[in-house]
Write a protein that binds this ligand. Structure first.
Ligand code: PHE
Length: 453
């Protein structure tokens, strides 16, 4: 019996909430709205929906299948399904490296978010008359000790949840947080949509402008669909290993994907109408949430502080369950290799604390590290969003489509024949074997050629 075989999620609802907790994060609320706006609104949304339901969800089902079939973390799961051939460990190892790098960036951005939440609560976010929010963000981003402290607090919060266990920690927290998140985001949408002039924001978000999409937008849509569903790095293999034997993987995957997409779209609806209603500039890229939104909140006639608190709470909570899933993936890798859970989780926290501190202080100011005109932070972001997950995703679908036994996959997806799976042949022969690998390979090659000019 493996380390993860005797513990896991308790019910289908628990599976959906925990996996949706991983999926819904900074990617949905911070990144999706600004890249959607940048690449033509509705045009980007259509391509994103296409990728997320076809490629992203297929990958989610593949990763769940690999995890539940073997009840192992990725490094051991792939060789176990390939007749013990050790070389297949490479897919799992690549995923582990990706998770390790992503978590460091994720922690840094989550640290900013927690800091903004705290400043909203204490009122200091709005207290600096005359200082623009871009200056405030710049000051904060350049102030290393500040950045590191908030990031470490966030890391510790995640560690505590992991130490409480898979069911009593991760599943229980997600079951509470996901509904709260939905309420918070709907409240923000209502506020945003009732501002005069909100319609222009909806137009910006949904009106399909194909001239802005281009090849780059298509690449961004694929990268986003993988990142947002937390696939392509083994996280969903680990969560798959915790799925109860009688859970319907197809049903859970559909629910998780729907939750993920819904929260991303709602985030756009909460943000853009308010931005337009206040006459702000929407195309601010990554600064949208930290620079534009505080100014938007400040211009509200009533409830500026309340809405700032709600928004940054929403973002912090969403980021927390995602960071936990990355931390859990790394912990499961160590426990599957024979370590006890507590030392494993603490070791991951220490290693991430060190790496994330380095990331935090290395991208602006005097401590900035740059290579080929990009900061260390930019390189990490590029690698972890556009290169490593698609590579790992490609290897995963190739493995499931061409190496793993077809009957094993059908057996797992049909719960050993208890569920009927009339869709299986189309899913396996079309999506997993051909469409997903070809799409991933194409986008990956074109994306790398475009980035490294
Ligand atoms: N899906 C998360 C988000 O959208 C990020 C994430 C990626 C979490 C990979 C776990 C694994 O923010």
């Amino acid at each position: 019996m493996t380390a993860s075989a005797n513990k896991g999620f308790s019910s289908s609802f628990g599976v959906i909430m925990a996996a949706a907790g991983s999926a819904v994060g900074l990617g949905n609320i911070w990144r999706f709205p600004y890249i959607c706006g940048k690449y033509g609104g509705g045009a980007f949304l259509l391509v994103y929906l296409f990728f997320v339901f076809l490629i992203g969800m297929s990958l989610l089902m593949c990763e769940f299948t690999v995890g539940r079939r073997t009840r192992r973390a990725p490094v051991k799961a792939y060789p176990a399904l390939a007749g013990g051939k050790k070389g297949w460990m490479a897919i799992g190892l690549l995923g582990i490296v990706t998770c390790f790098l992503i978590l460091s960036i994720y922690l840094v951005i989550s640290g900013w978010t927690l800091n903004y939440f705290w400043e909203s609560v204490t009122g200091t976010l709005f207290g600096q008359s005359g200082v623009g929010f871009d200056v405030h963000f710049g000051d904060f981003a350049a102030h290393s000790v500040h950045r590191v402290i908030f990031m470490l607090i966030f890391l510790l919060l995640g560690l505590v949840v992991i130490l409480c266990g898979v069911e009593s920690g991760i599943e229980r927290l997600s079951k509470w947080l996901m509904p709260i998140l939905l309420v918070l985001i709907v409240a923000l949408c209502v506020r945003s949509l009732t501002l005069p002039g909100a319609a222009a924001g909806l137009d910006y978000l949904f009106h399909p402008d194909f001239s802005k999409l281009g090849g780059e937008g298509i690449l961004a849509a694929l990268g986003q669909s993988l990142f947002s569903l937390s696939v392509g790095m083994g996280t969903m293999v680990v969560y798959g290993s915790y799925i109860p034997a009688d859970d319907n993987i197809l049903k859970s995957s559909i629910w998780i994907t729907v939750c993920d997409v819904a929260i991303a779209v709602l985030a756009g609806v909460a943000i853009f109408p308010a931005v337009f209603a206040c006459g702000m500039e929407p195309g601010q890229g990554a600064g949208l949430v930290y620079v534009v939104l505080p100014a938007v909140f400040q211009s509200f006639e009533f409830g500026a502080q309340l809405f700032a608190i709600l928004f940054f709470l929403l973002l912090s909570l969403a980021a927390l369950t995602s960071a936990i899933s990355l931390h859990e993936t790394l912990t499961a890798f160590l426990t599957d290799a024979g370590m006890k859970r507590t030392p494993a989780a603490v070791l991951v926290a220490i290693a991430e604390g060190v790496l994330a501190s380095a990331v935090a202080i290395s991208f602006t100011g005097e401590t900035a590290l740059t290579a080929a005109d990009r900061t260390f932070f930019d390189w990490m972001d590029y690698l972890t969003a556009y290169v490593l997950p698609p590579v790992c995703a490609l290897l995963t679908v190739l493995f499931v489509g061409w190496i793993m036994k077809k009957d094993d996959i059908n057996d797992e997806l049909s719960n050993h024949g208890k569920l009927s799976t009339p869709w299986f042949d189309a899913f396996y022969h079309v999506m997993v074997r051909f469409v997903a690998p070809v799409a991933l390979a194409t986008v990956l090659v074109l994306g790398m050629m475009g980035y490294i000019k």
